[in-house]
Design a protein around this ligand. Structure first.
Ligand code: EPU
Length: 314
């Protein structure tokens, strides 16, 4: 719970950072504006960095005042608490959305703030294949790398040749893709640093054929996932060899509601916000699903979504 003293500190820091940064700093910024769930109370400070100096400065301030600092991409995999986040949320501004294609090297270098959807398009226009699986996956390249996003069969890790990150105290580091551990919906980049840029290795191909594969992937997603209602992607990770969506359907939770939160009728592993859902509504559904799957199948589900802020009710 924020005290009057911490509130004053955040007020002062909002002024200081507002002056120091090339980017922007907002006080009590609603996280519901920055999450695909459209859920979440205020972030005490919301910073959009426009330079490396901004990122450094925000880390200095957080360390100096012992404040929580978290990096947020497009908020597509996040459930933010109704009480918000009592710390600094750092997002990458337009400076980190550049993209350059190198046909000679068969590679594409992009800023971590760039939308994955845009990257898929850039690769297609340049006649570089390999990213089609990412069609319809929301969020930024940085988020995609942190979570090693993908489908059931393919994910982004194996395409990565190099990643540039900012590590507090150590500064810039360049990591080889092969030295990063890539796991199912998780990579060693998560939590360790601010991901700034990555170079992906792709394969030359006919742009029309790439476009056809993109269309096919999008049609499949549209048919199986609730793409046009606010949600945060898969709620749980699939346990080895099992589809959580099917399990959730079998325990009868598909379509279940709590307030304005609903287990999607299209895909059981998605929860959608039908209007004014609160984080606590989503948490109640998550708890009910976990209990039912545990009781009926003896399987303990692990959430794939990231929880931001405090959740007493979890
Ligand atoms: N199924 C059901 N009921 C449901 C949902 C699915 O019976 O409500 C069945 C389907 O009929 C199918 C099987 O479960 O036979 C698998 O379903 P699907 O192809 O949708 O795959 P998934 O395992 O549910 C995974 C990823 C998705 C990714 C898809 C397609 C996870 C947790 N989910 O879903 O990733 O888009 O494969 O490749 O790994 C994400 O991570 O956010 C995400 C959306």
């Amino acid at each position: 719970m924020a005290t009057a003293t911490t509130e004053r500190l955040f007020d002062e820091l909002a002024c200081v950072l507002g002056q120091d940064l090339e980017g922007t700093c907002r006080r009590n910024e609603p996280l519901s504006k920055h999450t695909s769930f459209r859920i979440g109370g205020p972030a005490a400070l919301w910073v959009e960095a426009e330079s490396l100096a901004d990122i450094r400065r925000v880390h200095e301030v957080a360390a100096c005042h012992e404040l929580a600092l978290t990096v947020v991409g497009r908020g597509t995999n996040i459930l933010a608490s109704d009480a918000g986040f009592e710390g600094i949320c750092l997002a990458l501004g337009s400076h980190f959305r550049s993209c350059a294609v190198d046909p000679e090297q068969r590679s594409l270098t992009a800023g971590a703030g760039m939308l994955l959807a845009r990257l898929v398009q850039e690769a297609q226009s340049a006649g570089l294949a390999g990213l089609e699986f990412a069609t319809g996956i929301p969020g930024t390249l940085g988020g995609a790398l942190a979570g090693n996003v993908g489908t059931r069969l393919e994910w982004i890790g194996p395409l990565v040749r190099e990643v540039t990150v900012y590590v507090s105290h150590d500064g810039l580091q360049r990591l080889r893709g092969a030295d990063i551990s890539w796991h199912y919906r998780r990579s060693s980049l998560r939590g360790a640093a601010v991901i700034l840029e990555a170079r992906l290795a792709l394969i030359p191909d006919d742009p029309q054929l790439i476009a056809q594969r993109i269309d096919g992937a999008l049609a499949h997603r549209k048919a199986t996932q609730p793409l046009f209602v606010p949600n945060a992607g898969s709620v749980f990770k699939n346990p080895e060899g099992v589809s959580v969506g099917a399990l959730i359907e079998k325990v009868g939770m598909k379509g279940a509601c709590q307030g304005d939160a609903q287990v999607s009728e299209l895909h059981g592993n998605f929860i959608v916000n039908r209007g004014a859902a609160q984080a606590q509504d989503v948490v109640k559904l998550i708890t009910e699903i976990r209990d039912k799957v545990q009781t009926n199948y003896g399987i303990e589900l692990t959430p794939e979504i990231r929880f931001l802020g405090s959740f007493d009710e979890r």
